[in-house]
Design a protein around this ligand. Structure first.
Ligand SMILES: NC(=O)c1ccc[n+]([C@@H]2O[C@H](COP(=O)([O-])OP(=O)(O)OC[C@H]3O[C@@H](n4cnc5c(N)ncnc54)[C@H](O)[C@@H]3O)[C@@H](O)[C@H]2O)c1
Ligand SMILES: N[C@@H](CCO)C(=O)O
Ligand code: NA
Length: 430
């Protein structure tokens, strides 16, 4: 039970996540006190407008528009307002005062995490951010702490629920992309402005955070190669099924030579891969480590209550550290591996080409591929239904660098017998 005076908690932002954090802090106060070793006293909730209704769980007396003043009264600051400023300034203010910080803000951490980590390190205080990657799923702590004795080689994640919902919807209903995005918006799985999700910015920020933790190296969102889902068609999704794949937006962070490559893009995954079964708006992160082997973490990556679970877990930990005088891990970046561009990623391509159906065409295609040192794994030829004397070739390569594969596609495009490149997708997970 409680062994000392209360730990004062301030919540910055009272939206989807903040409301649930406040509700759980209040409703579970007794259990949380027992787990922390002291009561958690909610000293205030910073909002933009105190007159906005917040629901029964939020005591209007606790609302304030003076976020700075609130920060100055807290031992633990929970930042769930999102965005870069004023979140960054408020977090730095809290840290400089020696308060512990819990944040769900992947955008800020992906852009400028190192400034915050360094400040927390200098102040000797905790900065926790489990909710920033894959919401409720415990993944930050497993990578940062549970796997600290292992050597992670690769992290492969479905870390954006909006795009996973959209792609899943396209696969199951045959909907086009725009229609699936509209439906996701109607059902609350996508925001009114879905840019951050569908263009891969959200996943890139999460990939940067995961890569930094996994490889003990500073990686920012700007280092992440990013392609969103907006160019995908219903045909791409349908074709994936005919070749035993599913199409997913993947965040991939992996060792490559003496460096690391971090990328976010749509990719084909074999249907047997554990990540292929991640449906709807769910998230999952697949980790490959030398000693542990393959691990998968699965659950809800978004939503007020699931995300609040991750926030509260961090609050209990940092508050307990305050009570017993301990401190969690600081930023680990000793490895300082070079972060390489996507050109160095080793991957496989599936290319669909429409060619003229003439003798020797396959040999020409084969030659262009071989000239780049790339090896073909399979070729499937079918008659192109719309053009009488044309055929469609579906070529899957063996693994090669992205640079060699993209140069191959560029040269195929220039072959006179190639009418059109219909699609180019990477194949991952094998
Ligand atoms: N919603 C999710 O499922 C989810 C999941 C994981 C992480 N997150 C992260 O959690 C954070 C919050 O997300 P959310 O979905 O609750 O957003 P939200 O927009 O619902 O809530 C943010 C709230 O903060 C308030 N706010 C913004 N600036 C403020 C300021 N200067 N002073 C006072 N209040 C301010 C807004 O008015 C809003 O009510 C973001 O960083 C987001 O990326 C959200
Ligand atoms: N917009 C994100 C949720 C918050 O990380 C998603 O679709 O997964
Ligand atoms: Na998480």
């Amino acid at each position: 039970m409680a062994t000392r005076g209360p730990v004062r908690v301030a919540v910055l932002g009272c939206g989807v996540v903040g409301t649930e954090v406040v509700r759980l802090l209040v409703q579970q106060a007794e259990d949380l006190a027992a787990r922390v070793g002291a009561p958690l006293e909610l000293v205030g909730v910073a909002v933009r407008d105190t007159s906005t209704p917040r629901g029964a769980a939020v005591d209007p007396e606790l609302l304030t528009t003076d976020a700075e003043g609130l920060v100055d009264r807290a031992d633990v600051v929970v930042e769930v307002m999102g965005g870069v400023e004023p979140a960054r300034a408020l977090i730095l203010r809290a840290i400089e005062r020696g308060a512990a910080v819990v944040t769900a803000n992947k955008e800020l951490l992906g852009k400028d995490g190192p400034t915050l980590y360094a400040a927390a390190d200098a102040a000797g205080t905790d900065l926790y951010f489990e909710a920033a990657v894959a919401g409720a799923i415990p993944i930050v702590r497993p990578v940062r702490e549970s796997l600290a004795g292992d050597r992670i080689t690769r992290v492969l994640g479905i870390v954006n629920g909006t795009t996973n919902y959209v792609l899943d919807q396209m696969a199951t209903s045959g909907q086009g992309l725009q229609e699936a995005v509209r439906q996701a918006q109607e059902l609350g799985f996508a925001e009114a402005d879905p840019t951050a999700d569908v263009e891969g910015y959200d996943a890139a920020a999460k990939a940067a955070i995961l890569a930094s933790l996994a490889f003990h190296t500073r990686v920012s969102a700007a280092d992440v190669h990013r392609e969103g889902i907006m160019n995908l068609t219903a045909d791409d999704v349908a074709r994936a099924a005919t070749t035993g794949h599913v199409l997913k937006l993947l965040a991939i962070a992996e060792r490559s030579g003496d460096g690391v490559v971090v990328r976010v893009h749509p990719a084909l995954l074999p249907q047997w891969h554990p990540l292929a079964s991640v449906r709807g708006s769910f998230n999952a992160v697949f980790v490959e480590a030398e000693a542990a082997g393959e691990l998968m973490f699965y659950g809800r990556g978004a939503g007020g209550t699931p995300t609040a679970s991750a926030v509260l877990g961090d609050v209990v930990t940092v508050a307990r550290n305050k009570v017993i005088g301990g401190k969690g891990p600081i930023e680990s970046r000793y490895a300082e591996l070079p972060v390489r561009g996507v050109a160095e990623a080793v991957t496989r391509y599936q290319v669909e080409l429409r060619v003229r159906d003439l003798p020797g065409v396959l040999a020409q295609v084969w030659q262009v591929v071989a000239d780049h040192g790339v090896s073909i794994e399979t070729v499937r030829q079918s008659r192109a239904e719309v053009y009488g004397d044309h055929a469609d070739l579906l070529v899957v390569t063996h693994a090669a660098t992205d640079e060699a594969l993209s140069a191959t596609v560029a040269d195929l495009q220039d072959l006179p017998v190639v009418v059109k490149i219909l699609s180019v997708l990477r194949v991952e997970g094998v």
